[in-house]
Design a protein around this ligand. Structure first.
Ligand SMILES: Cc1cc2nc3c(=O)[nH]c(=O)nc-3n(C[C@H](O)[C@H](O)[C@H](O)COP(=O)(O)O)c2cc1C
Length: 307
């Protein structure tokens, strides 16, 4: 059998786009346990079954491997902070996140896109995880779009679609291309800006951007949208994507700026300056949020803790 490289396999598994859930249950002493999981899948309508895979590395593994009831909360767009809390916070996770109990006392996360209350149907051992299959006893769906996850990053398809639907007329489409701990920027007379293309057809936005990057010697993999805003004079629509890549044989106006040094740079416009400073800040925690608005005001769509 071919030797499987676990790191490469983790990357390959991670390329499958998923939603994000928080799985909760009660410990024998009645306190709550919960962890972030994207291994959720629907299984059957009759009977109504779903599954999620707790890993043996979880501090709460024994709770989930022996629970009689549990809940799966499908997180909504904007609940990235809740996902991060239930993936890595070591203190009382439930103290930070608004929630209420289902009929068995199992915590349901407020504001989740869907909350499934389950009775344990079967627990199947599976390598370094188990497969926890639940029979859905009750569920509530808010109608909010679910948070997405791929390649170790969150994405918000509902917000991105809404942003693009507002687009009309010519626009600028750029990429914040990370090359390790540096960002590839174009040096212009006015200051630094991300590499971009101008586009008139929304359908060609990503293709045009890829071609523009290649023409600057940058090969990049585009990630989720990061900032979508309008500027007034001249009226232009801007869309910036996150990306990772590298520059080879790039022209002299392409420079690699250390991410940590971004806030000290001069940028081609104040809006680009604000975007790049936010990027430098958010890259410390890798918790990137989507900005929607104009050059004067807008909203960063990230944490929705309900508080
Ligand atoms: C997006 C995402 C998805 C995850 N999916 C799973 C999963 O399906 N199963 C699992 O056991 N851990 C998963 N994890 C990791 C756990 O959430 C994390 O190891 C756990 O919360 C650590 O809890 P502990 O400190 O109590 O051990 C995921 C983490 C993230 C950020």
């Amino acid at each position: 059998m071919t030797q499987i490289d676990p790191r490469a396999l983790r990357g390959a598994f991670g390329s499958f786009m998923t939603g994000v859930t928080v799985v909760t249950a009660l410990r024998p002493d009645g306190t709550a346990a919960g962890f972030t999981a994207n291994s959720f899948s629907s299984v059957s309508l009759d009977p109504p079954l779903l599954l999620v895979c707790p890993g043996k590395f979880l501090s709460s593994y024994e709770v989930f491997a022996n629970c009689t009831h549990f809940a799966v909360n499908v997180l909504a767009e904007g609940q990235e902070a809740i996902s991060n809390t239930f993936a890595s916070f070591k203190g009382d996770r439930f103290a930070c996140v608004p929630h209420h109990a289902d009929q068995h006392g199992v915590p349901l996360i407020d504001g989740a896109a869907v909350q499934f209350s389950c009775r344990t149907h079967r627990i199947v051992p599976a390598g370094d995880h188990c497969i926890l299959i639940g029979e859905v006893a009750d569920f509530a769906q808010s109608g909010d779009a679910g948070l997405g996850y791929v390649g170790g990053q969150y994405f918000s398809l509902g917000l991105e679609r809404a942003a693009f639907e507002e687009t009309s007329g010519p626009g600028i489409c750029g990429a914040i291309v990370e090359d390790g701990d540096r960002v590839l920027m174009v040096r212009t007379e006015d200051g630094l800006r991300p590499p971009h293309c101008t586009h008139t057809e929304r359908g060609r936005l990503v293709t045009d951007l890829r071609e523009a990057l290649l023409s600057k010697g940058i090969s990049a993999e585009l990630g989720p949208a990061y900032s979508v805003f309008d500027s007034a004079k001249p009226r232009t629509h801007h869309t910036y994507f996150l990306a990772t890549g590298e520059a080879r044989n790039a022209p002299p106006d392409i420079v690699a700026i250390p991410t940590a040094d971004l806030p000290q740079q001069t940028f081609a416009s104040p809006a680009i300056g604000r975007m790049m400073t936010r990027f430098a800040l958010e890259s410390r925690t890798r918790n990137f949020a989507l900005y929607l608005g104009d050059t004067e005001e807008g909203a960063v769509h990230d944490q929705k803790t309900g508080s």
